[in-house]
Design a protein around this ligand. Structure first.
Ligand code: HPA
Length: 273
C-alpha cells in the first residue's frame, strides 16, 4: 500500500517536472517562506500529487516547491504530515520517500520545539545532534521496502556531522547564535505535562517536539544524510509558570524565521550540489 503510494507520487513528479533535486528542505511551522526565494521555482500543490497525504494544520501550506539556490537543486516541502493528524508513521514519510526515488541525497529538516534545557530561551535555534523517539512511532514498521534500505538500519550517524558543521559555519559567518542538543519526539497533539518534561530532561533531552523523527529514520534507512534545526518557540511545559499555546509557538517562530532562513541559505551555499 505504502509502496504503491510512494510510486504513484514519484511517477507523477517525474512526469510533471524535469527538475531532479539533490537536497530536500522540510520547512516547519511558519518557516515556509524560504521556498519563495527559489529560482526557477515550480510549485506543486500536495493536493495534486497522487499518493500524498493532505495537511490539516494551520500554518502548514501543503506545497512542494522545486527550484534552485546557489546552484543547488532543491525540493522544499512547505508543510509536513504529523502522526497526531491521524496518519500512520509510514504515511507521513511518503513525500520524502517519493523525493528519495526522485534522487535526493541530503535532507535538511526544520521544526518547532519546546525548550527543555534551561539555558535555552524562546527564539533560540538548536542544531539537533541526536534524538530520542519517545513517540515510539516508526515509519519502517511493517514489511521492509528493500528498495530503500535494510530491515534494521543503523541510527548511529543519523545526524550527519559534516552537515551539522556546515550549519555551524553558516551560523558563525552570519553572526547567528546556535545551540546544539538532543530532540525528543512526543506524539502529541497535547503538549507535554510538566512531569513528562522533567522525565525527558533526566533522560537527556534538550528540546521536545511532535515531528521530524519519522523523516530522519526514513532518510537514515535510505542512506540519505540529514541535518536538522529546531526553533525553540517556547519553554516546555512547567519550566515557566505560564500556559503554552499554539499561538505562542507560531509567533516566536515568526520572530526566528529570518535567522532560520539565513541559516538554511548559508547551509545550501556551503554544501553545494
Ligand atoms: N512541545 C511539543 N511540541 C512543540 C512544543 C512543545 O513545547 N513547542 C513547539 N512544538
Amino acid at each position: 500500500m505504502t509502496r504503491e503510494r510512494i510510486n504513484s507520487a514519484y511517477e507523477y513528479l517525474r512526469r510533471v517536472t524535469e527538475q531532479r533535486p539533490s537536497l530536500c528542505v522540510v520547512l516547519g511551522s511558519g518557516l515556509g517562506g524560504y521556498a519563495d526565494t527559489l529560482e526557477d521555482a515550480q510549485i506543486i500543490d500536495y493536493r495534486d500529487i497522487p499518493g500524498f497525504p493532505q495537511s490539516t494544520v494551520p500554518g502548514h501550506a501543503g506545497r512542494l516547491v522545486l527550484g534552485k539556490k546557489h546552484g543547488v537543486s532543491l525540493a522544499c516541502m512547505q508543510g509536513r504530515f504529523h502522526c497526531y493528524e491521524g496518519y500512520s508513521p509510514a504515511e507521513t514519510v511518503i513525500p520524502l520517500r517519493a523525493l528519495i526515488r526522485l534522487g535526493i541525497k541530503r535532507l535538511l529538516i526544520t521544526n518547532a520545539a519546546g525548550g527543555i534545557n534551561e539555558s535555552f530561551r524562546p527564539g533560540d535555534i538548536m542544531i539537533i545532534t541526536d534524538h530520542i523517539n519517545f513517540a515510539s512511532l516508526n515509519p519502517l514498521e511493517g514489511a521492509n521496502l528493500d528498495e530503500f534500505g535494510p530491515r534494521f538500519p543503523d541510527m548511529s550517524f543519523a545526524y550527519d556531522k559534516e552537515l551539522a558543521a556546515a550549519l555551524k559555519e553558516a551560523a558563525s559567518r552570519h553572526g547567528i547564535d546556535v545551540k546544539t542538543g538532543v530532540y525528543a519526539m512526543m506524539k502529541g497533539p497535547s503538549f507535554e505535562t510538566p512531569a513528562e518534561v522533567c522525565a525527558l530532561r533526566v533522560l537527556g533531552a534538550d528540546a521536545v517536539g511532535m515531528s521530524s523523527v519519522p523523516e530522519i529514520i526514513a532518510a537514515a534507512h535510505a542512506g540519505v544524510k540529514s541535518a536538522a534545526l529546531s526553533c525553540i518557540t517556547n519553554m516546555a511545559a512547567g519550566i515557566l509558570n505560564q500556559p503554552l499555546t499554539h499561538e505562542e509557538v507560531m509567533e516566536t517562530g515568526r520572530i526566528a524565521a529570518g535567522r532560520i532562513r539565513t541559516l538554511i541559505d548559508g547551509f545550501i551555499e556551503r554544501v553545494g550540489e
